[in-house]
Design a protein around this ligand. Structure first.
Ligand code: C5P
Length: 320
């Protein structure tokens, strides 16, 4: 039996992990496990949380300055660390508990997978701290058990996602996409947005319309556009089936989306389950101009300029 991770709180591992946007999100049927089948294109952008783990006598998760982030093991980062701990324990190791500290830059409940990103970061950090040397594939398995977006946060880049989002195929592209992210005052709950999606689809079906979502979000078109390297093609291909549901739950988003178009963005897109609105721009100058127009529009809390793709969770510091 190996004892891994010294009870020495001067030892630490720090991991940076990016936010994600879904360039296309097509929602399929509700499955018997309560999840929906998805066809999506994930895209990691350079808005990062940083997660630091150190050995401790007791498990803890702290997010200084954020009272609305779940603490302790309600936090996905804590759940991820515990899941990895359980796996290693089942293999005969004895990793120490850890204290996890999260420095949040990714908005909470914003549709940018911040909680999932923190879980991925905790896995990479604990894997290193405990010297466990799990491969990326093994970490992927643990990540998929924590949440649908967690595997992508491990890998980063741009990737097609299938299943409930956990089955990933990388998309190789030389394109850098520049975004303005319009952040909202309050968050949206992912399960609530999926429930609203089901409700709207049911109404459409019973009123004789298509039972499929009408947004026509199409991952294949996005991948084809990324291959052409033409940002206007990418702009034309973006789409999100969850957007009508997010707007239905937070009607103020309609104004944000309209303001984005008026500010000159090439395309506007609610990110994931929202409410963050992503505005695609031609280049960094165009993004700076669009960001200042959006900031003055009064339709969002604040704006961030971001670009992608960027790598997934990676170690940025170790303390001794
Ligand atoms: O996987 P994760 O825990 O992040 O998902 C949160 C919730 O979002 C799920 O409990 C489910 O209600 C909804 N969801 C879904 N279909 C997916 C992913 C998430 O219905 N593919």
């Amino acid at each position: 039996m190996t004892l891994i991770g010294l009870r020495d709180d001067s030892v630490s591992v720090r991991v940076a992990v990016p936010a994600k946007i879904n360039l296309a999100l097509a929602v399929g049927d509700l499955r018997s496990d309560g999840y929906h089948d998805l066809a999506t294109v994930f895209h990691a952008v350079d808005l990062h949380d940083e997660v630091t783990v150190r050995p401790a006598a007791r498990w803890s998760v702290r997010t200084p300055g954020f009272s609305d982030v779940p603490g302790g093991l309600k936090n996905l980062a804590g759940q991820a660390a515990k899941a990895l701990h359980a796996l290693l324990t089942s293999r005969g190791s004895r990793p120490t508990p850890v204290a996890i500290e999260i420095e949040k830059k990714i908005p909470v409940a914003g549709g940018l997978a911040g909680g999932s990103a923190d879980a991925a970061a905790a896995l990479v950090a604990c894997n290193a701290l405990w010297g466990a040397e799990l491969t990326r594939d093994e970490l992927h398995e643990v990540a998929a058990g924590i949440g649908s977006d967690v595997p992508f946060a491990l890998h980063g880049g741009t990737a097609v996602g299938a299943g409930r989002g956990e089955l990933l195929s990388p998309v190789l592209t030389r394109m850098t996409l520049t975004w303005v992210l319009a952040l909202a005052d309050s968050g949206l709950s992912t399960p609530a947005v999926f429930d609203e999606f089901d409700r709207l689809r049911e109404i459409a079906a019973t009123s004789g319309g298509s039972s499929r979502s009408a947004t026509g979000a199409d991952p294949d078109s996005v991948v084809a556009a990324l291959r052409t390297g033409d940002v206007d093609d990418v702009a034309a291909a973006l789409g999100n089936d969850l957007e009508p549901a997010a707007v239905s739950l937070n009607p103020a988003l309609r104004r944000t989306v309209r303001a984005g178009a008026e500010a000159g963005a090439l395309a506007t897109l609610v990110s994931g389950s929202g409410p963050t609105v992503a505005l695609l721009c031609r280049d960094p100058d165009h993004a700076a101009d669009t960001a200042s127009r959006m900031a003055g529009s009064g339709t969002c809390r604040t704006v961030r300029i971001a670009s992608g793709p960027v790598p997934g969770a990676r170690i940025v510091g170790r303390g001794h």
